[in-house]
Design a binder for this molecule. Sequence first.
Ligand SMILES: C[S@@+](CC[C@H](N)C(=O)[O-])C[C@H]1O[C@@H](n2cnc3c(N)ncnc32)[C@H](O)[C@@H]1O
Ligand code: SF4
Length: 458
Amino acid sequence: MNVALNLHHAATTDPLIAKYDVAGPRYTCYPTVPYWDSTPDEASWLQHLERALQGGEGAAIYVHLPFCRQLCTFCGCHTRIARTHAVVTPYIDALLAEYALYRQRLGVARPHIGELYLGGGTPTFLTPEELERLLGGLLSAADPVHGARFSVEVDPRVTHRRQLEVLARHGFRRISIGVQDFDPRVQEIVNREQSEAQVRAVTEAARELGFDSVSFDLIYGLPLQTHLSVEATMDAVCRLRPDQVALYGYAHVPWIKPGQRRFTEADLPEGHERRALYELARQRLQAEGYAGIGFDHFALQGDALWQAAQCGTLHRNFMGYSAIPTRPLLGLGVSAIGDAGDAFVQNDKDLLSYQQRVAEGELPIQRGHLLGAEDVVLRRHILRLMTQLATSWDGEDYTPYLAEVPARLAEFASDGLIELQTNGLRVTSLGRAFLRNICMAFDARMARQNPGKALFNH
Ligand SMILES: C[S@@+](CC[C@H](N)C(=O)[O-])C[C@H]1O[C@@H](n2cnc3c(N)ncnc32)[C@H](O)[C@@H]1O
Ligand code: SF4
């Protein structure tokens, strides 16, 4: 790796890393989930959805498959550890029934879809036959638009060629493989042991079957990670050369995910050290020819995400960055989130209650949010910052809260992270790594409800 580049960059960003090392949302939506306060009823949600469907670009469908074979102790996702497959059939029944309820209530027999995304949990916990039944059922009642993208998240430890064959046959071309870290000590402490050979086998099988975008999920900030272990992980990543990499910061929320108490906090790299691990991985990826996409994704030139970033069509939704500007997002399954642009809903998080409500013919909405006029404008700015690294506010892009934003961002400008313009700003290349902090300056709900929340360390 390029050590000179590494040292040079560390010298320029070090004080900034310490200063801007504050936890913040990933802004896959605005307002972020903790600030949702106005759950739409079923009729109102359907109205918002119906309006959004008239946009004509095709909807995105997200299907949540919560099952996993064993718990990775770092995991912050909505999962359910399943020892047998007995749980799968009733769950697929519920997913297909939920989709049928939407089609019925919206009066659309075959919705146009621009994106289909299987996430989890672990979609490849399902056998090839189970995947076939789910996808056959969904796609027999959907009309994919030209250029529609189908993506799946997989755990390489339970993913085999036959599942990939089913996915490929149904049009899946993007695969996101959970890698996290290759270091044996780190893998052991997070209860996720998987070899480079396993990841290689899934990567190669996917490519042979026609997947044109292979993405790896990596996490920095895991217990026992060190400079050397991350360097070794990045060596393996570079040998396998995925088209995309998502580099997530470990989110430590043991009060919500008690599994995270299975290692001690003393094993976690601390603030400054943790951020340095991110910098190390980021610089290595850039040295290997990956371009930064937004703040936590990287893509090789020519990949769909890279092309979307070049053309200014990059989109961001609950699944992260996407090359397709689909709207609305229909979330199917336990805990799945839907997004109509000016309304959000999240499904019931309890598996049995989700299944029962669907069986009774009810949309299983647990909570949500109807966006007010200010929310809509601020959401647009945060989305632009996250995808285009710039925004400006004139005319309909203005809301009175924006008058406070330049003062909130003054320190960012003097640190060279942004260039403030009249009624707008541009994020500099130094500022890209601090995009979350910059977006927090636009988060009126956080500022009002949590006025003590600092955007950086004073
Ligand atoms: C649903 S999982 C991916 C699919 C599959 N279950 C697997 O683990 O390979 C989605 C991704 O979320 C990320 N993730 C899970 N828990 C996290 C946490 N606490 N902090 C940051 N990222 C996390 C991991 O990178 C993981 O690959
Ligand atoms: S990281 Fe993936 S495999 Fe591990 S528990 Fe979470 S969802 Fe399941």
